[in-house]
Design a protein around this ligand. Structure first.
Ligand SMILES: [Zn+2]
Length: 340
């Protein structure tokens, strides 16, 4: 089939204010591939559950309705269907953007109200086999709740933002679930309320009832006085990169190229999707506590996991003046979003 006859279309181009390209095409391609894996699981296991998910994902972001600002020419998404399947790369991307935006606002507000210091904690457990992943994550969620009930932790901290991340060791075929935690601490934390790395480690070990000593990283988010949210975000990002974690704290739990390797449906990829789907479906993967939870509420932020993924920045839609609509449709043959 050729598309030369369809000369009346152009390819969607969407850029951020800073000129960075929004990779709708790339995300849609990865989503289609994810959908094929769910189809593969349907065939392998014979449960309609997987077929339904395959269909949902393949319908994700088929059609995007934008408004174009006349002056800047910039696009703003205002209507689309997002499937919200946990492992959908398109939806994971939208969620990451939304979480990052929320965290920026929350950190800014926390700084304004409480002037806290910030620390960054990584809580890990040993790698597990696929069939233990779901239970391990359940245990970790419980362990995390326990950790923040310990008196010393309660006394020294003001809250938390917690994000679950899972990486895969493809060589050993094991999974590595861990938490990235951003914690506002009281100013006196670095005095008498200070919790040493070895203490964090033994608290986590105790909360998780582990018979080995887990790896726990803790570091202060440095910064000059009057630190702004962006600087903290940047520092957190750098801190994670230093620890060779794959994702930024606001990123959604699994990097899709770490789930599905390559561009084809393979047996190994099917296994990975199977275990991650089982472990992550219908589960809250990010969480806020203490003052960060309060501020999340105060700012009236919507749910970044199951809520609206169309509007990311939650700004009032005052772009009605001088805009016109742009409809972009996913074209399976061209493998891109086209605008007629
Ligand atoms: Zn989706």
């Amino acid at each position: 089939m050729t598309y030369s006859s369809e000369s009346n279309y152009s390819i969607l181009q969407d850029k951020t204010a800073t000129g960075k390209k929004r990779d709708w095409k790339g995300k849609k391609m990865r989503s289609s591939l994810m959908s094929s894996h769910y189809e593969g699981l349907e065939k392998r296991i014979g449960a309609p559950y997987y077929g339904k998910k395959a269909e949902k994902i393949s319908n994700c972001a088929e059609c995007l309705a934008f408004k174009r600002e006349k002056e800047t020419g910039r696009l703003k998404l205002y209507q689309a269907y997002f499937c919200k399947v946990r492992l959908c790369p398109m939806c994971a991307w939208r969620r990451s953007l939304k979480i990052a935006y929320h965290n920026k606002l929350i950190v800014e507000e926390a700084n304004r109200q409480y002037k806290p210091a910030w620390i960054f904690l990584t809580l890990t457990v040993k790698n597990v086999e696929g069939d233990q992943l779901k239970q391990t994550i359940t245990d970790m969620m419980q362990g995390f709740r326990k950790l923040f009930q310990y008196k010393k932790v309660k006394t020294g901290t003001l809250g938390f933002f917690r994000a679950l991340e899972i990486t895969k060791n493809h060589k050993e075929n094991t999974y590595h679930p861990h938490f990235h935690v951003l914690i506002p601490v009281k100013r006196n934390y670095f005095g008498k309320s200070y919790i040493k790395q070895t203490e964090w480690t033994s608290f986590w070990k105790k909360a998780m009832k582990l018979d080995y000593t887990p790896i726990v990283h803790v570091q202060r988010v440095k910064g000059k006085k009057g630190i702004d949210a962006e600087a903290i975000e940047k520092e957190v990002r750098e801190a994670i990169e230093e620890q060779k974690a794959i994702l930024e704290i606001s990123k959604y739990p699994v990097k899709d190229t770490d789930v599905i390797r390559g561009n084809e449906v393979t047996e190994e990829n099917l296994d990975t999707v199977y275990y991650l789907d089982d472990a992550l479906s219908a589960r809250r993967l990010i969480g806020y506590g203490g003052i960060l939870k309060e501020i999340h509420k105060e700012l009236n932020l919507t749910d970044a996991e199951d809520g609206d993924l169309v509007r990311i920045d939650e700004e009032d839609d005052d772009i009605a003046n001088e805009t016109f609509e742009v409809m972009a449709r996913w074209h399976v043959g061209i493998k891109n979003y086209i605008i007629n």
